[in-house]
Design a protein around this ligand. Structure first.
Ligand code: SER
Length: 772
């Protein structure tokens, strides 16, 4: 068998399946799109679930990919053993209701034996315990002796991962020889030791698991195969572990070089080198796919990986920041298959370095505290490191739990994770309630009778609508009316009022019924979908059950729409000028005023700012039509909509497009043409957190009055300088500044001369007093 490299193996696999009629697709992002059951993509089939279930149409019935995957379930074993890793690439060929077991098995065999030239005598298939059909295909079509085919149960040969398509599978094991095994007499494929390693998994996807282990038959019988590229390379290259395969070894060697050691010379150092290598492979790919370190979800996974790698660098004695250099080596090994790693190199290295640096700032003090706490825990003798202490280390010094666990584990102790989790829950709840809108707090829905129906929002098209009062809450209690001067919360059956949501502020306006008028000052939506109009009765009274005309303040709403549509143009312009890594990290849209937070690591230069501003103003001047459509998340993706898919959207999403310039998922209210935004002017750009920048800007009337204000200032300057017009101000100001400089110089030299003259006079009048 030839010793193919990782890059060659990937290419051989994909072109082999192209020759069998498969469409080759690029790896999907590591960030799941529209799948809440996963934090990170963990297998080749995960991004294709809608094609398996029939929810969406695949681009072809046969597809092949090499998919970036991350599995962190075994993270604490990475390093300790040579075979664990968090990052891997999975080769896969897929059939959506096209070919089934017979072709899948035959091609699997053909690729391994004919194409790669593996010795058939070293390959052992396995099938699901009662899958006689697969057994017969291996025996009769491929010609494997029956005693070489193993039947295995659900634990080994039934593939499922959370909710989604699943089914029985047939694996292929490679025999690495008795030298690699446990030597037990019953050692055979399926044994836990390292002799027979599973290289290929053919899943016959027949069922859908709803997430609660309720299985339904899929309409189509599908094929989902998965072969770990690194594992295949280990076999083909005849090396001991993935860390010794060709391109991965380059990263191990780079880390060894920076640490002044050689891989294979010391078991403890080797473990650290493996951790750095594996974690940085994951970190580079995650950063490339737009994940930023944070304290939650995917961001926390990235933070843990970078911090653990950083600590192991220190254990190896590396001084200063070094992960940027490791990232560079990982990028070099991957740029052929993943050119985006090179394109986003600057961003990736900044993400890694910023996280490493922020950890470096606290690790010294944190390690000191940890040593103290650990000494105390050791003295206790119970072998337990308290959850409260682990939490303190996390909260004060950013030590992820598994890092603390690893460090105290090295001293023979375990962290009380139950206590730690409890404290984390308390902190999360506190953060949630701090974030919660007024709708959840001051106007708790408990005040509202439970049977009040959700409100229908009609404000995309209408600024005024006829509605009925469903409920009134005043002074914390449901009531049937409010008199003039009384404050309260009113729920209608339908409303044109936008409730504060997705960064866009609420509408204000009026509810009128006969002589009664209620001034709406704030609107929030509660968890039950009821719109809570908060305000005060300004004339007459307001009664439950009455028909009212609900009218929003149209001028204010128009100004909000100007700012909101301009925010979309701004996001697009930022992605064009700064790069695709720009992701929305928060926004606030108010009348003609907006604030937009986004991921980016350095301050924007004045040139970048003026390019962005000009691009937004050009899109306004182009008068692009703005359209909104409801569609499925898959359709929205197809359209190229910008959004954090899978984060917060349901079965249908609302897509807002502005000509060909911008397509975004958004529930907000927008202009019908970009020209109506009038003008866009950036008033500030600054940092709000590590890796997050903020732009503040104005539109429409606020932009006009900002410009008018500037003109007024200029006119004031002109008049103070007694100039004929403002256009002379710049020239005159430069002249005055030059004159001032000249005068200052003259004053200084005069003063110096004066000081010299004075000194000379004093000296001239000096007398000799006893020789001094
Ligand atoms: N889904 C299966 C696996 O991950 C085959 O691709 O092993």
């Amino acid at each position: 068998m030839e010793k193919y490299g990782l890059n060659e193996l990937r290419e051989r696999f994909l072109s082999f399946f192209e020759s069998k009629g498969h469409l080759r697709l690029s790896s999907f992002s590591l960030v799941p799109q529209g799948d809440k059951s996963l934090l990170l993509i963990n297998s080749g089939m995960a991004p294709m679930k809608p094609w398996f279930t029939g929810e969406a149409e695949p681009p072809r019935r046969r597809v092949c990919t090499c998919q970036k995957c991350i599995r962190t379930g075994d993270i604490e074993n990475v390093g300790k053993t040579a075979r664990h890793g968090t990052y891997f690439e999975m080769l896969g060929n897929f059939s959506f209701g096209d070919y089934f077991k017979e072709d899948a098995i035959a091609w699997c065999w053909e690729f391994l034996t004919d194409n790669l030239g593996m010795d058939p005598q070293l390959l052992y298939p396995s099938v699901y315990i009662d899958d006689d059909e697969a057994f017969a295909i291996w025996r009769d079509k491929v010609g494997i002796a029956p005693e070489r085919i193993t039947r295995l149960g659900k634990a080994d040969n039934f593939w499922e991962h959370g909710a989604g398509p699943c089914g029985p599978c047939s694996e292929v094991y490679y025999d690495r020889g008795p030298g690699s095994g446990c030597g037990k007499p019953d050692c055979a494929p399926g044994c836990d030791c390292d002799r027979y390693i599973e290289i290929w998994n053919n899943v016959f996807t027949q069922f859908n698991n709803d997430g609660n282990n309720n299985y339904t038959e899929l309409t189509n019988k599908n094929i989902d195969t998965g072969m770990g590229l690194e594992r295949l390379a280990v076999v083909c290259q005849g090396v001991g572990s993935l860390f010794e395969t060709d391109t991965i070894r380059e990263t191990v060697d780079k880390a060894s070089e920076l640490a002044g050691t050689v891989y294979g010379s010391d078991e403890k150092a080797d473990a650290s080198l493996r951790i750095i290598t594996d974690h940085m492979r994951s970190a580079v790919m995650m950063a490339c796919d737009g994940v930023l370190p944070s304290n939650e979800g995917r961001g926390y996974v990235l933070r843990r990986l970078i911090r653990r790698a950083a600590r192991h660098g220190r254990l190896l004695g590396v001084e200063g920041l070094f992960l940027g250099e490791i990232a560079q080596t990982v990028i070099k090994a991957n740029e052929g298959a993943y050119p985006e790693t090179r394109e986003r190199e600057r961003h990736i290295k900044t993400v890694v370095a910023a996280e490493e640096e922020s950890f470096a700032k606290t690790i010294g003090a944190g390690m000191g505290m940890l040593a103290e706490l650990a000494a105390r825990a050791r003295a206790d003798g119970a072998g337990v490191f308290s959850g409260a202490d682990a939490f303190k280390l996390y909260d004060t010094y950013g030590f992820p739990l598994d890092l603390t666990a690893e460090i105290v584990g090295e001293q023979g102790m375990a962290v009380d994770t139950g206590e730690y989790e409890k404290l984390m829950d308390v902190q999360r709840a506190r953060a949630r309630s701090a974030r919660a809108s007024k709708g959840d707090l001051a106007w708790a829905d408990a005040d509202l009778p439970a049977d009040v129906a959700p409100t229908l929002f009609t404000g995309y098209g209408k600024h005024s609508d006829d509605a009925r009062v469903l409920a009134i809450v005043s002074q914390g209690e449901a009531c049937s009316y409010i008199n003039v001067g009384g404050e309260g919360v009113v729920v209608l059956d339908r409303t044109p009022f936008y409730a504060e949501m997705g960064g866009q502020t609420f509408d204000t306006g009026e509810l009128r019924s006969g002589g009664g008028a209620f001034e709406v000052r704030d609107v929030q939506k509660d968890k039950g979908g009821r719109y809570l109009h908060h305000g005060v009765v300004v004339s007459g009274e307001l009664r439950a059950g009455l028909a009212v005309t609900a009218s929003i303040d149209t001028q204010r709403r128009r100004a909000v729409m100007r700012a909101h549509s301009a925010t979309h143009l701004l996001q697009k312009a930022l992605r064009v000028v700064l790069g695709e890594h720009v992701n929305q990290a928060g926004s606030l849209v108010e009348p003609d005023r907006l604030r937009f937070d986004f991921s980016h690591f350095s301050a924007m230069t004045p040139e970048e700012l003026s390019r962005v501003e000009a691009m937004v103003n050009d899109a306004i001047l182009d008068g692009l039509d703005i359209g909104t459509e409801e569609m499925t998340p898959a359709e929205a993706r197809e359209k190229g909509a910008t959004a954090l898919f899978g984060e917060k959207y349901g079965d249908t999403v609302r897509v807002v497009s502005m000509g060909d310039f911008s397509v975004e998922l958004c529930g907000g209210t927008h202009l019908d043409n970009t020209a109506k935004a009038g003008q866009f002017h950036i008033t500030g750009e600054f940092s709000v957190a590590s890796g997050v920048r903020r732009i503040e800007a104005v539109t429409g009337k606020a932009a006009l009055s900002a410009a008018a204000g500037e003109r007024e200032v200029l006119a004031g300057v002109a008049s103070a300088l007694k100039l004929g017009g403002a256009d002379e101000a710049e020239r005159r100001a430069a002249q005055i500044a030059a004159e001032l400089r000249e005068l200052r110089r003259e004053v200084e030299s005069y003063a110096a001369r004066e000081a010299g003259g004075e000194g000379a006079r004093i000296l001239a009048g000096a007398r000799d007093v006893r020789g001094i």
